[in-house]
Design a protein around this ligand. Structure first.
Ligand SMILES: [Zn+2]
Length: 245
């Protein structure tokens, strides 16, 4: 179970329980609607849609689906990516407050799942991606979130880096008993985060291993084809020699 501190949790009905297989990164979307409208839609069973997070133009950040569960935002990308829907319509740019909210989600995904603070350009990358990069397999939403928002993604990554870097530590001598108590609780939380991180890394490694074994199979097929072509060439060349003789 993972819920982001700083996001208000409102459970919606559309999701697959325990369905998040791994987390390669965070996918940015545009709603074509409002925060409230999307929340109502994600509670409508016929919609067959949801996302983990949603932002309002004023920067309000909601979490609709626990990140242990699979949200229904980008078809074949649902099992391995988290999703953020942003209030607005096609062609909009994100407000400054929305850029901040997306950066907070990315910084949290970095700490929680080891998501690298970088841009993802395709589903085989990791980091901050966007719906259209998944092409037909992700539902063919070529205009989600639109070129103006895609151009803002580097700013989101830069802000997430600032957020991660600005987490400062207090000298031990200045700690109160209350601080120490809260550190103890945080440490317990972080231990379970580390377990989640290791499990996630293992899942990503398994995926890469699968992709590698597919590639090995393809190379073997190509080798067979090339060997066949050489044999054919040899036969033809022998025939030509016989004709010549
Ligand atoms: Zn989308």
């Amino acid at each position: 179970m993972a819920r982001m501190p700083g996001a208000t949790f409102h459970r919606v009905r559309n999701y697959t329980a325990d369905g998040q297989q791994s987390v390669r990164g965070v996918v940015v979307h545009i709603m074509a609607g409002t925060l409230e409208g999307s929340q109502a839609w994600f509670n409508n069973a016929t919609a067959q849609a949801s996302s983990h997070f949603g932002t309002g133009k004023d920067g309000e950040l909601r979490q609709w689906v626990d990140t242990a569960d699979r949200a229904w935002a980008q078809a074949a990308g649902n099992r391995t990516w988290l999703s953020v829907e942003n209030e607005g319509k096609g062609g909009d740019a994100l407000t400054n407050a929305q850029i901040d909210a997306n950066a907070r989600v990315l910084a949290w995904a970095h700490r929680e799942y080891g998501v690298p603070l970088q841009l993802a350009k395709s589903p085989s990358d990791r980091g901050l991606g966007y719906h259209a990069m998944g092409g037909a397999a992700w539902g063919g939403h070529s205009q989600c979130p639109g070129p103006r928002i895609v151009a803002q993604l580097p700013t989101i990554v830069a802000r997430a880096k600032q957020l991660v870097a600005s987490t400062q530590e207090t000298p031990v001598a200045d700690l109160t008993a209350k601080d120490i108590w809260s550190y103890k609780n945080t440490a317990q939380g972080e231990t379970s985060d580390v377990y989640a991180y290791v499990r996630n890394t293992k899942a990503v490694a398994d995926e890469i291993e699968q992709e590698l074994s597919q590639l090995r199979g393809q190379v073997a097929e190509q080798k067979t084809i090339i060997t066949g072509m050489f044999a054919l060439l040899k036969t033809v060349s022998d025939k030509i020699d016989q004709l010549g003789a």
